[in-house]
Write a protein that binds this ligand. Structure first.
Ligand SMILES: Nc1nc(=O)c2c([nH]1)NC[C@@H]1CN(c3ccc(C(=O)N[C@@H](CCC(=O)O)C(=O)O)cc3)C=[N+]21
Ligand SMILES: [Mg+2]
Length: 291
């Protein structure tokens, strides 16, 4: 039985439609959700992603400011730029494109963003709230993965989830969020002994390690759900994931393609976070309390 291909493009479109409606409602109340994307340096990949985010923002009727600075920008200047955005009432979401040049400390930059506008969900306050299960802006890729599972009625409750990779932007948060949804979660990483022993027990495997076509059917038990967060270039320069896609089709029950799987969901959830932040701001203004 061939695996069902999880159509991230289609699900992301559905989410963007819902965001568009929420933008319309906000506009009737005089609020235009605004996203500021800060890009330091001219790394071409980042430029493509940033342009993609801007295009999507505008297509949904939101304001999108792109602030681009030279690679040599001083950390202090970036921090004061963020401070201005924190205080700009027309900006509800702030995203500083990573990675940053090595002379800039990423942690200080993330810490400088007002958690109310932290649409990446990278700020320690956002991460802390997510881990304890408190209302917060959730990290886009992990949240997008949860939405994909929901859309295909894949209920993580009681399921054994194996996450391979423990980055702060995908591996760690997605495991915590699935724990929050009552899954049994195993975190695997480069120091894990006998990886296949763990992955062959998994009902759901999430791969986010940046190694092209790493995971194959020998890592899986029949019927496993495979979520590929990889974003690599294969020998022909084509975008490919961390999963040997053709090889797992006959073993997995569901698999996400790269491109067209998790990637588009990341963008859609960024849009949703921006609208959510604008709605939070409105609630705060009305009730004078923070969400
Ligand atoms: N502060 C910050 N937040 C981010 O969310 C962030 C970041 N920095 N730095 C870089 C990564 C990368 N990223 C992607 C988002 C969508 C696609 C995406 O839409 N991928 C499409 C393919 C796009 C293509 O064709 O290249 C897909 O997988 O179908 C890819 C990559 C967000 N990032
Ligand atoms: Mg750095």
């Amino acid at each position: 039985m061939t695996a069902t291909v999880i159509d991230g493009k289609a699900v992301s479109l559905k989410i963007k439609e819902q965001v568009q409606m929420r933008v319309e409602t906000l506009k009737q109340q005089g609020v235009v959700p605004g996203l500021a994307v800060v890009l330091v340096g001219d790394n071409s990949a980042s430029l493509t992603y940033v342009k993609n985010k801007q295009k999507t923002c505008e297509a949904l009727g939101m304001r999108s400011d792109l602030l681009q600075f030279p690679e040599s920008m001083a950390e202090a200047d970036l921090l004061s730029t963020i401070d201005k955005l924190n205080n700009d009432p027309g900006i509800h979401g702030i995203l500083v494109q990573l990675p940053l040049p090595s002379h800039i400390d990423e942690f200080s930059v993330i810490m400088a963003i007002d958690p109310q506008k932290d649409v990446d969900g990278f700020h320690p306050v956002s991460v802390g709230n997510m881990v304890i299960g408190h209302e917060t802006l959730l990290p886009c890729t992990p949240h997008g993965i949860i939405k994909l599972l929901e859309h295909y009625d894949i209920n993580p409750e009681g399921q054994h989830v194996v996450v391979i990779g423990r980055s702060n932007i995908v591996g760690k948060p997605v495991g915590q969020m699935l724990l929050q949804k009552n899954a049994t979660v195993t975190f695997c990483h480069s120091k894990t002994q006998d990886l296949a022993k763990h992955t062959k027990q998994a009902d759901i495997v999430i791969v986010a390690i940046g190694v092209a076509k790493f995971l194959n059917s020998k890592h899986l038990k029949p019927g496993a759900v495979v979520i590929d967060v990889g974003m690599n270039r294969d020998e022909k320069g084509k975008l490919c994931g961390d999963v040997d896609y053709e090889d797992v089709l006959e073993t997995a029950s569901f698999v996400t393609p790269v491109p067209g799987g998790v990637g588009p969901m990341t963008i859609a959830m960024l849009m949703e976070n921006t609208v959510q932040s604008a709605e939070n701001g409105l609630t705060k203004d009305k009730t004078g309390t923070t969400m």
